[in-house]
Structure formats: C-alpha cells, structure tokens
Design a protein around this ligand. Structure first.
Ligand SMILES: [Zn+2]
Ligand SMILES: [Zn+2]
Length: 231
C-alpha cells in the first residue's frame, strides 16, 4: 500500500483555486528541499558526500544564495569545490595529436556531468512524481476531487506530462484510457479558451477595436505563460 501523503495538500490547492495544483505543491516541496540541504542535513557526512558529488543547478544555487545563510552555503561549496577540482585535475593528461582531442572531450564530459548534477533536483523530482501519482489516485478514488479538477483551471504543460507519466504506474486498461481522455479533453478545452483570449488581446491593438471590450483577455499573456511553463 503506497502512502498518500500528498492528498491533503493537493485537495487544499484545488480548493484554493490557484491554477495548476501541481505547481502549488511543487513550489512548496521545492522550498522544503532547499531548506533540507541548508539545514542540519548539510553536517551529516553521507549527505555531504552526495552534495560534494552532485553539486547544485543554477536555479537551486540561486535559491540557496537567497536563503540568507552564507556560511551554511559556504560550508557545502567549500568541499564541493575541492572535489570538483580533483575531478578536473584527473582529466588533465597531455599528449600528441589524438590524445589532446580525447583529453579535451573528457574534460567537456566531466564538466557537463558537474553542471547537470543537482542534489536538490534529484530529491525534489522523486517527491513531485509521487505527488503526481497521488493526484491520479485521488482522481480514481474521490469523485469530488475528480469533479473539482475538471472544473479547475487545469494543469500547466510540464505537469500534464508528469501526471500522464505517473498515471501509467497507478492505473491500467480502461481506467487509464479514461484518465488520459479526462486530462486531454480538459487541456484541449482550456487551451482553446486561452488561445481565444490571447488572440483577442492581439486584436485589441488594432485601431478598429480600440473601443471594443477587453473581454477576458487582459491577463491572457501571464495566463498563457503559466500554462506553458511551471511556476
Ligand atoms: Zn504546474
Ligand atoms: Zn536543481
């Protein structure tokens, strides 16, 4: 039996009508994950071995920088930089024509690994996937949740992809078909309405429409941005 620890926050986010429910939850989980690494865990040896190896991505480094604890971040960065230097030095051999090219490629590959790695992303992604699976579970078991989700402003595109992926781990056969239909229909309707609003927004700049009503298009651009990307 899987734990359904995200049922309450998902239901709360849906009742608060805050746009994509998964965005609302992921934003909270992301702050929790940043706090986790900035907190006591950074002094635990096994956590430090992991953060030394993986490092942090651009987004999460900036979040940790903004968390207002320069010493906490410095402690982690100190040992991470030490490990990073050792990893680059190991690739530093020199040689003839072919060896030089191989050496340059090895350094690029190692740098790519360092840049792509992030301890926060890895921790967060697992939790967010579990939350998406929990959303599918609530859709399956709670008619009230399903109805409210259908009447909500829907999910952003990245979370649509995630819940469809998670659905494959929760449902099968006819029920999976029903869920996919539910999500795709809701997204198609939502996108049609949004597209209409963005279209009317552009036409309002036509001189002939200067006195026409804005209808529902005044905030169409931020709504479109929130639909296309995560919070
Ligand atoms: Zn979202
Ligand atoms: Zn990250």
């Amino acid at each position: 039996m899987k734990e359904r620890i995200y049922s309450i926050p998902l239901t709360d986010a849906l009742n608060a009508d805050c746009g994509c429910v998964m965005c609302a939850l992921e934003e909270k989980l992301e702050n929790d994950a940043v706090e986790y690494f900035m907190g006591a865990s950074k002094m635990e040896p096994e956590i430090r071995i992991m953060t030394n190896k993986k490092g942090f991505c651009r987004r999460h480094l900036h979040m940790m920088e903004a968390a207002g604890s320069p010493l906490g971040l410095a402690l982690m960065l100190d040992t991470h930089l030490e490990e990073l230097r050792a990893r680059l030095e190991k690739k530093g051999g020199r040689g003839g024509l072919f060896a030089a090219k191989k050496n340059a490629e090895a350094i690029c590959a190692e740098l790519e690994k360092i840049i792509d790695g992030c301890a926060v992303c890895d921790k967060l992604n697992g939790h967010v996937f579990d939350a998406a699976a929990n959303l599918v579970y609530l859709w399956d078991k709670e008619p009230d949740f399903r109805e409210k989700l259908g009447n909500s402003r829907g999910l952003c595109l990245p979370h649509t992809l995630l819940v469809l992926r998670a659905a494959g781990t929760e449902l099968s056969g006819k029920r999976l078909d029903e869920f996919v239909d539910f999500i795709v229909t809701a997204q198609s309707e939502g996108l049609e309405e949004l597209n209409g609003d963005v279209n009317w927004f552009t036409r309002k700049f036509d001189f002939n429409n200067r006195d026409a009503d804005w209808k529902n298009s005044k905030d169409a651009v931020p709504r479109a941005v929130n639909k296309l990307v995560k919070f």
